[in-house]
Design a protein around this ligand. Sequence first.
Ligand code: G1P
Ligand code: ZN
Length: 542
Amino acid sequence: MIVTKTTRPIADQKPGTSGLRKTTSVFQQPRYLENFVQSIWNGIGGIQGKTLVLGGDGRYFCQEAAQIILKMAAASGARKVIVGESGLLSTPAASHLIRLHGADGGIILSASHNPGGIDGDFGVKFNTANGGPAPESVTDAIFRASETLSEYQTLNTPDLDLGALGTVMLAQTEIVVVDPVADYAALMESLFDFDAIAALIAGGFRLCFDAMHAVTGPYAREILVRRLGAPETALRNATPLPDFGGGHPDPNPVWAHDLMETMMRADAPDFGAASDGDGDRNMIVGRGIYVTPSDSLAVIAANAQLAPGYADGLAGVARSMPSSAALDRVAAARGLECHVTPTGWKFFGNLLDAGRATLCGEESAGTGSDHIREKDGLWAVVMWLNILARRRMSVADVMAAHWREFGRNYYSRHDYENVATDAANGLITDLRARLDKLAGETHGALTVATAEDFSYADPVDGSVTRNQGLQITFAEGARLVLRLSGTGTSGATLRVYMDCFVPGPEGLDRDPQQALADVILACDRLTGMKDRLGRDGPDVVT
Ligand code: G1P
Ligand code: ZN
């Protein structure tokens, strides 16, 4: 039976870089999730007769949330909801299912790489019919709906059993419980040279994939073990757990330190990789060498034609502004269109839809292509395996050859986490106010060439997005970017991105932090960061 419940607006339901992300306890407050879900329905013009995809990364509260959303979808007249078994779907698999079934959109339950559990974070993200994160026009409409909400509809029925595949009716709505892995694995097999990869593995190539107790365990087992022939021992932490085993499921050298340690040993496997909470991020490591996400994107752009799905070449490429310009160098050498967008995958959607970009990526371990409309962790892993299987070189040799050909962009990101919001805002506001006057100033060894607050004009729909990060370039070929995180749930996180270019052939083998020492110093001189934030240094260096 449909019931209408009275509610009132909840103040802070504004989606950030990637959906609405809050601590789990905030989401568990009475009406909190219900209000946001009804605001989605209202913000997109209702869901009467529509088909949705639903799934999440299995974190704490996903099961309860899925049941609440299914009842609310049925109460508001959805035609069909396709849901992953046990409520599980990786973000890329959800994006693929939306596209495969021509659904009107989907809801993904995840706070990505943020820790989960009762003391961790939870999140809800709405994706549109193209399979990608809702653009700002849609998230703004959802937020506006949340500000005037007075009631929501749900059903007064027991929970559904999501543990069994098949179709059941919930009021007039078909609920289709699907295998979360099968369609996604088939998609990967259609894009990559599975025979070449299987032959590489059969020939003794060793790999190690760390699922970080998050959603990709079952996906990696199907693809890497069952279809490509890697031994089960190639998988680590492959059972999804509601609290990710107490870990921080963010695939970078800091949080995936066990994998890093394995890969830096003399007897390390040939290839290491990891993915995050919801399976859209990736980390690539060779024996003795970590590949930065910006470099990984550039290598993929330079080698994608080795994979059957990309054999016809690339329509163009795109990267987020804070990512290094390594991609731009490949694009320039190959005559490809190269777009620079604000942080957040949603900005790639129009370029992919319009055929202006085939590959895209972010420095934050996100890489992907037009096969779906999300970044895709396992896609990047299998793409690398395909490249290695065809080139028959080690990861270290692939990188060395790449830098010799294109030069090297040394790159690092320094995060100052959970700093006082006022101090972080003050730092950015003051620097922004000085941008016009910075050109020509010398800070340490570097002289400012240009300074701007990045804004992006979407070449497809003409929309303009402003205030996307302060970008300062130096005459010496280095760059500094500062922006505030839009995904945190407490305090502020200041992200400082630095890169400098070395054309080679000399100087391609330096330690990135040393290569960037002048930029690090210039940053502190320009902003007075250490004093203003009361910190000696960053919390996380990647
Ligand atoms: C972070 C990353 C960004 C990514 C987002 C969602 O956002 O920096 O590249 O798109 O997570 O995975 P931020 O916290 O910086 O706003
Ligand atoms: Zn993620």
